[in-house]
Design a protein around this ligand. Structure first.
Ligand SMILES: [Zn+2]
Length: 187
């Protein structure tokens, strides 16, 4: 399965959000870059290259495990309507379940940045787990990470939904923890 097929599948499964429809109604495309952590550069993984956005992105390279950019126009000075998903080689080479949880993490950023978070209704359990996850993240850095309490609650809900359907984790908390594993500083 391609990354983009996986993104679409997980968006439906975990967020109840029709990703294909989101692209269609916003008339935009999606591009996936691989973060080549050793050589500190981005590589085209899936989607089309256009308007030298790969080169422009590489001029602004920064180390990370993953990322999602809703609307690249202002960041990359382009007229192209597109979202950008970044996944590092470390993430891409992890086992399929760990790859899934990071994609879900990035999709929650997408949901918030595109102002579609009201699509995901929170249960009491998600509110509780979200609070627990928030406490063990680097919340002092929330301005940069955008992992605020609301993000953590939405992420917990997406992970609960994923775990109900996949049963990959023994608890929903562990599913959420996997999705936040690069951002947890206390254990
Ligand atoms: Zn994040």
């Amino acid at each position: 399965m391609t990354i983009l097929k996986r993104v679409s599948y997980l968006s439906n499964l975990a967020l109840g959000f029709d990703f294909e429809n989101y692209l269609t109604i916003n008339e935009k495309q999606i591009v996936v870059f691989e973060i080549d952590t050793l050589n500190r550069r981005y590589l085209l993984k899936e989607g089309e290259t256009f308007d030298d956005i790969l080169e422009k992105s590489n001029n602004k390279y920064f180390d990370s495990k993953a990322g999602y950019l809703v609307d690249i126009k202002s960041k990359l000075q382009t007229q192209i309507e597109a979202d950008l998903l970044l996944l590092s080689d470390i993430v891409l080479n992890s086992n399929p379940i760990d790859l899934d949880t990071i994609i879900i993490h990035e999709l929650v950023h997408m949901l918030i940045e595109s102002k579609n978070e009201s699509n995901l209704e929170l249960t009491e359990e998600a509110i509780t787990i979200g609070g627990q996850i928030y406490k063990i993240t680097d919340y002092h850095n929330v301005e940069t990470t955008k992992h605020n309490l609301d993000f953590c609650k939405l992420l917990a809900q997406a992970c609960i939904n994923y775990n109900i359907k996949s049963k990959n984790f023994s608890t929903d908390f562990l599913a959420s923890k996997s999705a936040m594993r690069f951002d947890i500083f206390e254990d």
